[in-house]
Design a protein around this ligand. Structure first.
Ligand code: BGC
Length: 767
């Protein structure tokens, strides 16, 4: 693919041009360690000795039943599973084990591979280390609300330190799927609805997981997933089909992957869904032509869990054998859990249905991956039980979890400066199903590896900071979706006895995450009724929302004087929320997903394209405009929005030029002043809009953000750069292009406000 200008002339080298257009602000090109780019003599020598069965073994990943994460559920079955698996390892029929824990058992299993198998090829130990391990950090969506890639890098690093200490080499994270429909449960696992924020966070997490040296004991291979467009499942229904234009695929869903590869990710996971009728896991155009051809990715593609075998249910493969054939021919190197490669690759190669060269290329990549992390020289790296004890759930880990939690909270509403609350002198009633709940603080992946003894619930966190812990009354009122006998009455009595009510309501952990799509993104009905009963007492209510997606707030919950988006914050949830409630931490998070007015607006995202009939600003006279019968198609709380206890004024937006030459850089500057009473952090955002283009363009696009930390009265200049690459889009012919013309630019506090200016991008050779 070549990159073309508006008049069809190619601009620069094709691949670099493509990359710079796609994810320019992350500064991208696929990064491959030299050793990985070309297989070493050691890898070639091994390959030359391998039987087809041993090759298929290296391409097979299975759940680790030798050291299952959930412990000895059924000791006899476990022992049998462990024995079978160890025998398979010795026979060279497994290359990767996943989701096991424990350094000692990993050591023993590695020994079986290195001393017990013919070719002594070490195993890779992989796992879903998504947002922490023993110590759990905020769900990725919450952490995206921090708009703080440095924080994301630090929590990923910490997760890698803990996880590698239990004998892991590889995580199936970060999830980089852009999610524009809040009904989809896996919104929780990614960075939300925006491509720019998604790309920045993806790169930060890869850097964090992998660290600086892939061979270090605490480096963990990262896997951007799910390739591709899983976030675009129709109607937000999990595993559903995806219907997507090539332009939206390339502009919105692919750049976070490119950012992850540019940051050094060496593996990628193919998605469950189809893309325009071709399942991603059998999609040669995506997995080979685009990934390897256009982008030059040299790493390993692993299927999602049984996604290759599911080609049969998709109606794309005739049977399991056909599924294995289609997956390997499309470019899937490792088959996860289905076993179809180990079962069928030998006969597929023997019959000529799959060329040996295709299998060899995949094996070369897997062996090179093992070599890149130093496994051949040191198969026992990261398998030290002493390190396991020393690095698990340390005070530093817990402190980071608390800090990350505080930075992920978004203050949505704070009428009459109700927050922060005083630590003394007020009686507080903490009401709602999450008041003292310890089971729903971690998020959907929390159950897997977390040390749940660390979980801090809200009541515990609040009491720890109150001058008189007895002035907190706790009443659940109801469960997440059901009533408790007498619960409402007790909750109302508690509210009446208090000065201020903290209402902890929202979604349970298992209403979010994989396979947890919702048709309706409101608060469950019983909790809404509880909120109404509490509001009827007339007490001031602070809503503490628990959620893994945007929520459509309504009634008394929407109208409460103070609302905090507190997501699932991880092990230290109760402390992190208390820090913000009592003002030890000044909230500075911003929404990474738009909160719609109504569930029925989904899919809803701030950067939709222009229509021919936009709704006018004036709420009257909106007949025959792009709006709903009952409401405008606006957000209740837009992407990028969030308040603080300080107050910031942005002024003096200046452009270095009103006429940007084709190869020049535009500098946009503005002044930010803290006009509040307390120290705070402001997230300054830069959005653009292409006024006239050969394809309709988003009403706004985020192209930069900066966190500014200011004492009361202090002022700072912020500076952004815009180049032609930031103004590019995918044209009608599927090429990236930039078109000369006028662009609007805003320095903003959210996706719907800001101080505007405009400039013109001049054609090549002009100006
Ligand atoms: C999920 C993946 C995950 C895999 C392995 C699948 O169901 O879609 O994200 O990595 O399981 O646990």
């Amino acid at each position: 693919m070549t990159l073309k200008t508006a008049n069809g002339a190619p601009v620069g080298a094709s691949r670099r041009g493509f990359l710079s257009g796609a994810a320019a602000l992350a500064g991208l090109a696929v990064a491959t360690p030299r050793a990985f780019a070309r297989a070493s003599n050691r890898v070639e020598a091994l390959l030359a000795q391998m039987t087809i069965e041993e090759k298929a073994g290296q391409l097979s990943c299975f759940a680790d039943m030798i050291r299952p994460p959930i412990g000895d559920m059924n000791p006899l079955v476990n022992i049998r599973n462990a024995q079978t698996l160890t025998a398979e390892v010795k026979a060279g029929r497994i290359g990767v084990l996943m989701n096991g824990v424990g350094a000692q058992a990993a050591y023993d299993t590695q020994k079986a591979a290195v001393e017990g198998s013919r070719l002594k090829i070490p195993l890779l130990f992989a796992a879903d280390v998504i947002h922490g391990f023993r110590t759990v950090f905020p769900i990725p969506l919450a952490e995206a609300a921090s708009f703080d890639p440095h924080l994301a890098e630090r929590t990923a690093r910490a997760a890698a330190v803990e996880a590698t200490a239990t004998g892991l080499h590889w995580t199936f994270a970060p999830m980089v799927d852009v999610a524009r429909d809040q009904r989809w449960g896996r919104v929780a696992e990614g960075s939300g609805e925006d491509v720019f924020l998604g790309a920045v966070m993806a790169a930060a997490r890869v850097r964090g997981f992998q660290g600086k040296d892939l061979k270090a004991d605490d480096s963990m291979l990262a896997t951007p997933k799910h390739f591709a467009a899983y976030g675009a499942v129709t109607a937000g229904l999990e595993y559903n089909s995806v219907e997507l234009s090539e332009a939206t695929l390339r502009e919105v869903h692919l750049p976070p992957f490119q950012a992850a590869f540019a940051a050094g990710a060496l593996t990628v996971m193919s998605a469950f869904n189809d893309v325009n009728g071709v399942p991603a896991t059998a999609n040669k155009r995506l997995l080979t032509d685009l990934l390897r051809g256009e982008w030059g990715f040299k790493g390993v593609v692993i299927s999602d869990y049984t996604a290759d075998q599911e080609l049969v249910a998709h109606g794309f493969a005739a049977d399991d054998r056909d599924a294995a054939r289609l997956a390997i021919l499309a470019g899937v190197d490792i088959s996860m859990q289905s076993g179809v490669y180990i079962r069928y690759l030998p006969e597929l190669v023997a019959s000529g249905a799959v060329p040996m060269a295709t299998v060899d290329a995949a094996v070369r990549r897997v062996l090179s991956l093992k070599e890149a992390i130093g496994l051949f020289d040191n198969p026992y790296r990261s398998l030290d039980p002493k390190a396991e004890a020393a690095h698990t759930a340390t005070p530093a880990m817990r402190a980071l979890s608390r800090e990350a939690g505080g930075r992920s909270i978004v203050l949505l509403k704070n009428d009459r400066a109700l927050l922060p609350l005083p630590k003394a002198g007020k009686r507080l009633a903490l009401i709602g199903p999450f008041a003292d709940d310890r089971e729903n603080v971690l998020g959907a992946w929390g159950g897997f590896f977390a040390d749940r003894r660390l979980n801090v619930d809200l009541a515990t966190g609040l009491r720890a900071q109150m001058a008189d812990p007895n002035s907190l009354i706790v009443e659940r009122g109801c469960e997440v979706e059901t009533t408790i006998a007498g619960g409402f009455e007790r909750a109302v009595a508690a509210a009446q006895a208090a000065d201020i009510v903290l209402l902890a309501i929202g979604e349970s952990q298992d209403m979010t995450g994989e396979a947890k799509s919702r048709t309706d993104i409101r608060i469950p009905a019983v909790q809404q009724r509880l909120a109404e009963a509490i509001a009827a007492t007339g007490k001031s209510v602070v809503v503490l929302l628990r959620h893994g997606r945007a929520i459509a707030l309504e009634g008394v919950v929407r109208d409460a004087p103070a609302i905090l988006a507190t997501w699932f914050l991880g092990s230290e949830m109760g402390n992190a929320v208390a820090d913000v409630l009592f003002g030890a931490v000044n909230p500075s998070g911003r929404l990474p997903v738009s909160f719609p007015i109504d569930s029925g607006q989904e899919p809803f995202f701030y950067n939709g394209r222009t229509t021919g009939r936009p709704a006018p600003a004036d709420p009257n006279g909106q007949e025959y405009k792009a709006r709903w019968r009952s409401i405008r198609n606006d957000a209740l709380y837009p992407f990028g929005f969030g308040l603080t206890y300080a107050s910031f004024a942005v002024s003096d937006v200046k452009l270095s030029t009103a006429r940007l030459a084709w190869n020049d850089t535009l500098h946009v500057t503005a002044k930010v002043r803290n006009v509040g009473q307390v120290h705070g952090e402001h997230v300054v955002q830069l959005y653009i809009r292409d006024r006239v283009a050969s394809r309709t363009r988003p009403v706004r696009e985020l192209k930069g953000f900066q966190r500014v930390s200011l004492a009361p009265g202090a002022e700072r200049e912020v500076r952004f750069e815009l180049k032609r690459e930031h103004l590019m889009f995918v044209g009608d012919n599927d090429y990236w292009l930039a078109e000369p013309g006028v662009f609007d630019v805003w320095i903003a506090n959210s996706s719907v406000d800001g101080l505007g200016a405009s400039f013109e991008l001049l054609a090549a050779g002009q100006g």
